[in-house]
Design a protein around this ligand. Structure first.
Ligand code: NAD
Ligand code: DAU
Length: 344
């Protein structure tokens, strides 16, 4: 099906706004309505410069039934990014995570059901819990079952990942019980422009730009499977257009790196000594390793990632934060003061 009008929830956040840019640049026939509450993580500036005839920002809550009903009755598809997304915040106060990730998703599903609207749910690999480190696996993790697939049982660790897992299950139930036209994607860690500076990579880059030493949780052995946010966008669009109804697709670009390596690479790319960082208090319940097997998405839907050179992607990201100090500077002190409260 060709979509002319879509709603992108959370389209003023990091990944949602990158998706909106992607749609504007690649699909001239599509009009986007962004529904975003503009929480601390949402920013109008992320949509600056996009043509008014292509993108409309509606500031509001995805759990607002009347507003959601009004918007959904006039759309062809919903691409649902809006969420509370940061694990550390969910450990301090889970309440907004339950509200947005569960009640918000429920509210959208009910409207989609009423108006029979196509629904794509953007989720995370964290719903599967974590994997052992490769070094602790026989054959160093090249065997079957050593990356996440859509058959891996759910086993979330944090209030963030458990509310995302709950939202995925709601979506699956609405497909099975009500025949809603849905797809789900579970993606690994994104990086790129417009990511909030509370998150690992932008925090370290903006630390260095602010004369603060990067902060590594624990020993830094935890592994994340990095994907450039542009590749996430192209994958979501592919699934929206070509995905089989009711299916789940895992999105990843084979980008496993441990956190220590990433901090050292950022320091090197920014002309600093590789050891100029601090080890700080670890995150409680810290997931050890994530790794995605994206074979299904690649073979069944023909998607391939473009931005697979992590070093080059990181250099571009460093350049973006260096050139866009106005975008993050005002928040830096408060973000660091908040981390300092938990010894991080
Ligand atoms: P983000 O925190 O940067 O942005 C979230 C956006 O949602 C913000 O613009 C915020 O204002 C908006 N929002 C929050 N609550 C809302 C509400 N009640 N109503 C309307 N809008 C609301 O998050 P992100 O990192 O861009 O993640 C976007 C989505 O992608 C999330 O669903 C997340 O679970 C998923 N995801 C993220 C990653 C990652 O690496 N960041 C990886 C895989 C999946
Ligand atoms: O896997 C997908 C998930 O990736 C998404 O669902 C989440 O929305 C997104 O926030 C991200 O979760 P993580 O918890 O992996 O991301 P975060 O950027 O918070 O941390 C990445 C790793 O870096 C993690 O192992 C914790 C560590 N870390 C984080 C910060 C902020 C540090 O060592 N130091 C830090 O200062």
């Amino acid at each position: 099906m060709k979509f002319k009008k879509i709603i992108v929830t959370g389209g003023a956040g990091f990944i949602g706004s990158n998706f909106v840019h992607y749609v504007v640049n690649n699909h001239p026939e599509v009009h986007v309505t962004v529904l975003d509450k503009l929480t601390y993580a949402g920013n109008r500036a992320n949509l600056a410069g996009l043509p008014e005839n292509r993108v409309k920002l509606v500031v509001g809550d995805i759990a607002d039934t009347l507003l959601v009903d009004e918007l959904v009755k006039d759309t062809d598809a919903i691409v649902h990014y809006a969420a509370e997304s940061h694990n550390d915040n969910s450990l301090n106060d889970p309440s907004p995570f339950v509200h947005t990730n569960l009640i918000g998703t429920f509210t959208l599903l009910e409207a989609a059901r009423k108006y029979k609207v196509r629904f794509h749910h953007v989720s995370t690999d964290e719903v599967y819990g974590d994997l052992p480190l490769r070094e602790d696996l026989p054959g160093h993790g090249e065997g079957e079952g050593e990356k996440f697939t859509d058959k891996t049982p759910y086993n979330p660790s944090s209030p963030y990942s458990s509310t995302k897992a709950g939202s995925d299950l709601l979506v699956r139930a609405w497909a099975r019980s009500f025949g809603l036209q849905v797809t789900i994607s579970n993606c690994s860690n994104n990086y790129g422009p417009y990511q909030h500076i509370e998150k690992f990579i932008p925090r370290q880059i903006t630390n260095i730009l602010s004369g603060i030493r990067p902060k590594l949780y624990g020993a830094g052995k935890n592994v994340r499977d990095w994907i450039h946010t542009n590749d996430h966008s192209s994958a979501v669009w592919t699934i929206l257009e070509k995905g089989k109804m009711g299916e789940t697709y895992l999105i990843g670009a084979d980008g496993e790196e441990d956190n220590k390596t990433v901090v050292e690479l950022i320091l090197e790319l920014m002309g600093q000594p590789k050891d100029a960082y601090d080890h700080v208090t670890d995150r409680p319940g810290h997931d050890l390793r994530y790794a995605i097997d994206a074979t299904k998405l690649r073979t069944e839907l023909g998607w391939t990632p473009e931005f697979t050179n992590f070093r080059a992607g990181l250099m571009d990201t460093i350049k973006w934060y260096t050139e866009n100090e106005n975008w993050w500077k005002a928040e830096k002190e408060a973000v660091e003061a908040n981390y300092a409260k938990s010894g991080q």
